[in-house]
Design a binder for this molecule. Structure first.
Ligand code: URA
Length: 232
């Protein structure tokens, strides 16, 4: 048994005080009967409706896909900079204030990097996507200046020294044109794409992550926008 106001707030109907108002106005039924007391109890299996529409219980975990814009940092909070959590909209499904506190971005993108960023409260999934053991592919589109060395593809494939002590794991470089490339990595070192491109003689001037494992950035999601995914 759960309090009706908590049930509705957890389901994303509104904040605790908003749902109390909705209940008191007589807009809520529990098991087909109107209920106007916020502290009424909801039993398992009882259907709760608001304005006649069934309320579905919030899922245990939520998954928001953001097209991170340049200029925000990949962190949950920061004193000086705007973070990806700061720009996460309030009208996404199931995004209650309590849920918001548990959300975190999966992996890091530099402040000036755009593209696919999963924001979730599912620690196990984040671990699976980020653990070096699992070799989940991360695919990037980059615009570059300067000229990549002739054997850059081979150097990406074989792994290279970018100053970390150990060589990078095998990666893929695909040239789209003289100034555009795609890079596929299975690890996530600090500034990795920029440093690998630099080690091959060119400079990244624009970087966007377009894929992480099976998750591809939808074309319809422009920079700064977010979508909800029931399960990645
Ligand atoms: N590689 C980089 O250099 N920057 C990113 O943000 C991600 C990968």
């Amino acid at each position: 048994m759960q309090r009706l106001d908590k049930y509705l707030a957890d389901a994303g109907t509104g904040s605790r005080s908003e749902v109390k108002n909705i209940i008191r106005k007589g807009r809520v039924t529990v098991g087909g009967r109107k209920e106007t007391m916020p502290d009424a109890k909801v039993g398992t299996g009882q259907q709760v409706c608001v304005d006649g529409r069934p309320v579905t219980k919030a899922p245990e975990h939520v998954y928001y896909l953001m097209n991170k814009p340049a200029g925000v940092i990949t962190a949950t909070e920061d004193r000086a900079e705007r973070t990806v959590l700061d720009i996460l909209p309030d009208d996404l499904p199931y995004i209650t204030p309590a849920r918001r506190k548990k959300l975190f971005p999966v992996g890091r993108l530099d402040k000036d990097t755009e593209g696919l960023l999963l924001i979730t409260d599912d620690g196990a999934l984040a671990h699976r996507l980020l653990s070096p053991k699992h070799h989940v592919e991360k695919e990037y589109y980059a615009r570059i200046e300067g000229k990549l060395c002739q054997d850059a593809e081979r150097r990406f494939e074989l792994g290279m020294d970018i100053g970390d002590g150990d060589k990078t794991l095998p990666a893929k470089l695909i040239r789209i044109s003289d100034s555009e490339i795609r890079v596929i990595l299975v690890e996530g070192r600090f500034h990795q794409v920029k440093r690998m491109v630099s080690a091959c003689g060119a400079e990244v001037v624009y970087l966007k992550r377009v894929r992480m494992g099976d998750l591809t950035l939808p074309q319809s999601l422009s920079a700064g926008m977010c979508g909800y995914y029931s399960r990645p």
